[in-house]
Write a protein that binds this ligand. Structure first.
Ligand code: GLY
Ligand code: MN
Ligand code: MN
Length: 437
């Protein structure tokens, strides 16, 4: 199975510590356990920031980094090994083995954190943490700090500054290493195979979730534990619902099917959308709109290169789409004015992409000092223009109504331009018709 080389985690902790202020501490909790219904929990998926720094998948853990601390810079709190509990919920690493297995300099039972962590925070000037994410963690953090404040008359010194950890950490996560790109390429390959499979097996009369089952089967058979987000399988009008996930409808003859699905592989997401005819042939209106979205997608991908700014691919897609919509008679007027007034939003109401990484909508700022940020090698983004003509849109000819199309690929910015990670799944009309026929 493809996994990130474990030496990456220590490098990341070193890089983060090098960017922290002198005499500071960073505190990162694991993801919370959440209830699905009554006593059934949602599948546990580690918090991306926590995993990025630790490679550790267990719940009820807290990672602490204290750059320059002699005894231990990396301290981990985790669940103790308790036989009676491990019989029910699984084997744990435990604090004794954490230094050897996870590279922690020191590790303690999570049940001791209230006694130990205030002592690590005491005397530090600044705490880095992601506040406002978990009310439970925010409350705990304040308790630890207040505990120190209660000791000031005994000479304790409480931090006087809180700093957003994500400000440092998410900039670091935004630029992917070669090793991360290797795993993302592997994730993309699996997802491409799944989309190819869906095109091969689709036929009118199937349920949308039956196509979803094909995707999941390929993901898991190929080594991915689960999808990176809820798969969208929308046929006909459902393709016009941007976040459609009920996937509970019949796929009818003559309809397009829009699939937006990607697997997660060792905590890295892939994110692909393809749109294809259920019966193997695009109708004329479907074909015209599909080709337009594809042309817009190529134009947007072309704009992915170092030095271009974040929004240039979107601007390129909007121009092609608006010109095409005028050509087909869905919009009327002067192209530049229609762009200026954002009239295209009647049919194209989302942006052309987002950062991609451990989270499908990955971290990292899109603007810096008020300006769209420049693309740099190692950034990974999606390019996903679409057109969605509402089924009840009476401003357009009836032939266009209820057509929803999106085409989405994952793109790495390279030194010389870009590399498309998801090119293994076809998107040209002739190739799609050959696969679905
Ligand atoms: N699958 C979510 C997105 O495309 O943004
Ligand atoms: Mn998507
Ligand atoms: Mn996407």
């Amino acid at each position: 199975m493809i996994k990130l080389n474990s030496s990456e985690y220590a490098k990341r902790r070193q890089a983060l510590m090098a960017s922290m202020s002198p005499n500071s501490i960073a505190i990162v909790p694991s993801a919370p356990v959440t209830i699905r219904n009554r006593d059934v929990e949602h599948a546990f998926r580690q918090d991306s920031d926590f995993y990025y720094l630790s490679g550790f998948h267990e719940e009820h853990s807290v990672l602490v980094l204290i750059p320059g601390r002699e005894q231990a810079e990396y301290v981990l709190f985790c669940q103790e090994k308790i036989k009676e509990q491990e019989i029910w919920t699984g084997i744990r690493v435990g604090p004794e083995a954490a230094p050897e297995k996870l590279g922690a300099d020191d590790a303690f039972p999570i049940s001791d954190i209230d006694e130990i962590l205030p002592g690590l925070i005491e005397g530090k000037d600044k705490i880095y943490a992601s506040l406002g994410v978990s009310p439970e963690f925010d409350r705990q953090l304040m308790q630890w700090v207040n505990h120190i404040k209660s000791q000031v008359r005994n000479g304790a010194s409480a931090p006087h500054e809180f700093s957003a950890l994500e400000h440092l950490l998410h900039e670091q996560r935004l630029i992917k290493s070669d090793e991360e790109i290797r795993v993302m390429q592997a994730a993309a390959n699996i997802s491409a195979e799944a989309h190819t499979r869906a095109m091969q097996v689709v036929k009118p009369g199937m349920m949308e979730y039956q196509l979803e089952a094909e995707l999941l089967n390929i993901f898991m058979a190929a080594g991915s534990r689960w999808p990176a987000y809820s798969s969208i399988v929308g046929s006909g009008d459902n393709a016009c619902i941007l976040h459609y996930t009920s996937n509970n409808d019949v796929i009818n003859d003559g309809e397009l099917v829009l699939i937006d699905a990607g697997c997660e592989l060792d905590y890295y997401a892939s994110d692909i959308t393809r749109t294809f005819p259920a019966n193997g042939r695009f109708s004329e209106p479907q074909r015209a709109l599909y080709q337009l979205v594809l042309d817009a997608q190529y134009a947007a991908i072309d704009a992915v290169k170092p030095g271009n700014h974040w929004n240039q691919p979107h601007d390129a897609a909007v121009r092609v789409l608006t010109e095409g919509l005028v050509g087909l008679g869905l919009l009327k007027g002067e192209v530049s004015e229609l762009i200026e007034s954002q009239s295209y939003r009647q049919f194209y109401m989302h942006k052309t992409g987002h950062w991609l990484g451990m989270d499908v909508h990955d971290v990292g700022e899109y603007r810096v000092d008020g300006e769209w940020r420049e693309l740099e090698p190692g950034m990974v983004l999606t390019i996903e223009p679409g057109l969605y003509v509402a089924p009840d849109d009476e401003t357009v000819d009836a032939q266009w109504r209820g057509i929803g199309i999106r085409i989405e690929d994952d793109v790495v910015v390279t030194k010389d331009g870009h590399h498309v990670l998801t090119s293994a799944v076809v998107k040209e009309i002739a190739d799609i018709e050959a696969l679905t026929a």
